[in-house]
Write a protein that binds this ligand. Structure first.
Ligand SMILES: Cc1ncc(COP(=O)(O)O)c(C=O)c1O
Length: 363
């Protein structure tokens, strides 16, 4: 249709992990284990459920457009001012506002090829020219990204740790990179998996840096188990955040989402438990891969990516697992056709996955 711009026509629709009910219908299975979307397998904390349930009686009212309570709580926790904090419908929601706030048609973006698919969609749908920089050994090549900076560069997107590789760039690499980034360039530092990586000694927690041109994005979707609420947050210089707030939809995130975030932030018991379950699960799944003789990428997140011998082998593995009720993610659409990403589940789910995997291999 002539009404649709070329860059929109060229987009492929986002393919989310298969929903559990669809797999149940298609294969007539009782037990389904979904390890496909990097969600927290535990469900939200019981404190969140209680607080959100209580908040429902107020949902005939619009939520607080300034998001005061949660922004204030985040500002206190991270020793910032309210003016440095923005909330959004997931961190992806904030990313989308950042693109609308700062980019002009003549600007350019730099991002890693085959990194987070959500950003790829945003960049491609913006119509802004993007320099996609190839990764090296499943890691960001920050030197190559810095070399792409030119007079038109306005935004650089970095996911640390990255999805779908699970790798991170180190403090040294980040320091070297930032020396080469001019102040007029905005760095979106997507730390969706921050909580899983924060204890690594060489992981650069962006909150210690406070660069004026870096916007840090974090989320309640992963470690806090609130993906369905759609709530994330961002930190940055007050000038940047102030302008993002002008462009953002005023009543996002929803009232229950704001309450969920506020409650989750104070529930450290839940967070520590979720991180422990993830650690144990990662240890179990990766040691099983080693025993089987599978190659995988060392991950600092809540998922791990297998490297198979060929795209065909990866495709067959996914469909064989699916037939038996285990949903994992073939990374063909991400640009890694030989890879399969597995999100860490509960220990029961992890054991079920490995038992099915062994049956498939021995078949
Ligand atoms: C690297 C990365 N950034 C952002 C997101 C989106 O998170 P949210 O649910 O906060 O929009 C994801 C979700 O998978 C992700 O992997």
């Amino acid at each position: 249709m002539a009404l649709v711009p070329k860059h929109i026509k060229q987009l492929s629709p986002y393919q989310a992990g298969k929903p559990i009910e669809e797999v149940r219908r298609e294969f007539g299975l009782e037990k389904i284990v979904k390890l496909a979307s990097n969600e927290n397998p535990l469900g939200p904390s019981s404190k969140v459920i209680l607080a959100v349930t209580n908040s429902l009686k107020n949902t005939h009212r619009y939520p607080d457009a300034s998001g005061f309570s949660l922004r204030n709580r985040l500002a206190n926790k991270f020793n910032l001012k309210l003016e440095n904090v923005v909330l959004g419908a997931g961190s992806e929601g904030i990313m989308s506002v950042i693109m609308r706030t700062f980019l002009l048609p003549t600007d350019e973006i730099i991002a890693a090829r085959n990194s987070f698919i959500g950003f790829r969609v945003l960049a491609n749908s913006s119509g802004i020219h993007t320099n996609w920089v190839t990764m090296r050994d499943y890691r960001y090549d920050l030197n190559a990204m810095a070399k792409c900076i030119n007079e038109y560069t306005k935004v650089i997107y970095l996911a640390n740790p990255d999805n779908p590789t699970g790798t991170y760039f180190t403090k040294d690499e980040f320091d070297q990179f930032m020396k080469k980034v001019p102040d007029r360039v905005i760095v979106i530092l997507d730390e969706a998996y921050f909580e899983f990586a924060m204890n690594k000694k060489d992981y650069p927690d962006s909150m210690y840096y406070r660069y004026d041109n870096v916007i840090t994005l974090r989320t309640f979707s992963k470690a806090y188990g609130l993906a369905g609420f759609r709530i994330g947050y961002g930190f940055g210089h007050e000038d940047l955040i102030g302008n993002i707030l002008k462009v953002k939809l005023p009543f996002e995130p929803s009232l229950p989402a704001q309450i969920a975030g506020l409650t989750a932030l104070d529930d450290e018991v839940y967070l520590n438990y979720a991180l422990k379950i993830n650690n144990d699960g990662m240890e179990y799944i990766t040691s099983s891969f080693k025993k089987i003789g599978y190659d995988f990428i060392e991950s600092s997140t809540n998922f791990v990516t297998l490297i198979l011998d060929s795209p065909l082998e990866a495709e067959i593995l996914c469909s064989e697992l699916l037939k038996r009720g285990v949903i994992v993610r073939h990374l063909k659409g991400f640009g890694w056709a030989e890879c399969v990403r597995i999100s860490i589940g509960t220990m029961d789910e992890n054991k079920y996955f490995i038992s099915i995997l062994k049956k498939i291999i021995l078949k």
